[in-house]
Design a protein around this ligand. Structure first.
Ligand code: MRU
Length: 356
């Protein structure tokens, strides 16, 4: 349907998610700084997608390093790694991509600089293609959990837009649909950035999946009324003991799901599992600009047929704001974690560490 991130003609093309669902505009990044800015400003967002974008940004930056000396090249590339790592702290996927590229350079330390540059481009594209395959695998495994007639609730956007393609939380839905199952999805709007309202609904409607948009605060009431059969969300970083960091509001959903005896599943590619971190309280939580909360970004009708993009202020000037972008759901609220290697109880996750 669309490519979230793509390497083409020695540039990185990024589908600008801040313009969706109204406009499908691709940013043409010609240097690594543009890619880093796109990640920071959430033009591309979602843990696997920012890992892929960072890898492509690094390959782009490497191409611009002017030296043929390997030692100088390695010094310059470390600066690019650091720039990508500084963009968004919670999702582990940028670190995962950086470590993979750093290992690749180390393993091929005898190669000339120009060959290393080509290797980085190839590897960044491989990361993208692998991500799509991983998501399909998550989809096949996860589809088995969706019963015919089920109502699934999801939060934020863990769809194709958040990954190389297919999505993580949405992959089981896409496969269940292919398998002919009948089911419906509730999409939380996901304040303040509205990934659910703007992106998940857009994706699922294109896929022909029956989706209903709800306010975040409706989830508990719908669960209590027996209108939700299961929850599937994505993750930005799941750690060794099975604690799960995901978009703010996920923890609330998980507690509500347990209270109402509803299974709570997390779709987690191995690239988003941090086996070096023992527990969730250690995960760095990103705090974002207050304006995301005090303003609603939208299309302003300026009269006639002319539209322009802008922000509508919804809170008094000078109000104090706390905008934490993620929360951590303790493992005890997670029914199971769906990875490309199988479906695991959170307490069994550490056992698959060698496969990561
Ligand atoms: O701030 P965002 O939009 O990057 O947050 C995204 C999420 O929280 C997703 O659920 C997560 O990255 C999983 S995406 C497959």
């Amino acid at each position: 349907m669309f490519r979230t991130v793509e390497w083409k003609d020695n540039k990185v093309f990024i589908l600008d998610q801040t313009r969706l669902p109204f406009e499908t505009i691709y940013l043409e990044c010609t240097n690594h700084g543009m890619v880093a800015d796109a990640i920071r400003s959430m033009k591309v967002r979602g843990a696997p997608a920012i890992g892929i974008a960072a890898a492509m940004g690094i390959a782009l930056g490497a191409r611009d390093i002017g030296t043929g000396n390997s030692i100088d090249f390695m010094k310059a590339i470390e600066e690019i790694f650091a720039k990508m790592l500084s963009t968004r702290p919670t999702a582990v996927n940028i670190r995962w991509a950086v470590e993979r590229l750093r290992r690749l350079l180390k393993d091929n330390g005898n190669m000339q600089v120009h060959a290393l540059k080509s290797l980085l481009v190839k590897e960044a594209n491989k990361i993208l293609e692998e991500d799509i395959e991983v998501n399909k695998r998550i989809g096949l495994l996860g589809a088995g959990l969706i019963k015919d007639g089920a109502v699934v609730l999801t939060h934020c956007n863990a769809g194709a837009l958040a990954t190389g393609g297919y999505g993580t939380a949405t992959a089981p839905m896409l496969i269940a649909k292919e398998q002919g199952k009948r089911f419906r999805v509730f999409a939380d709007e996901t304040r303040p950035f509205l990934q659910g309202a703007r992106l998940t609904t857009w994706e699922l409607m294109q896929a022909g999946i029956q989706v209903t948009l709800i306010t975040d605060s409706s989830a508990g009431a719908l669960m209590k009324r027996g209108e939700v059969d299961m929850v599937i969300v994505g993750t930005d970083r799941t750690v060794r003991n099975g604690d799960v960091a995901n978009k703010i509001g996920t923890y609330t959903l998980a507690v509500l799901a347990k209270e109402n005896n509803i299974p709570f599943y997390v779709a987690a590619p191995l690239s988003s599992i941090d086996f070096t971190m023992p527990e969730g309280d250690m995960i760095p939580i990103e705090e974002r600009d207050p304006s995301e909360v005090t303003e609603i970004y939208g299309r302003i009708m300026t009269g006639g047929s002319a539209n322009s993009w802008g922000a509508v202020r919804i809170a008094p000037d000078g109000v104090s704001v706390k905008n934490i972008a993620f929360d951590v759901t303790p493992a005890r609220y997670v029914t199971a974690i769906i990875t490309e290697k199988g479906i695991f109880k959170p307490e069994d996750l550490a056992g698959i560490m060698d496969q990561a």
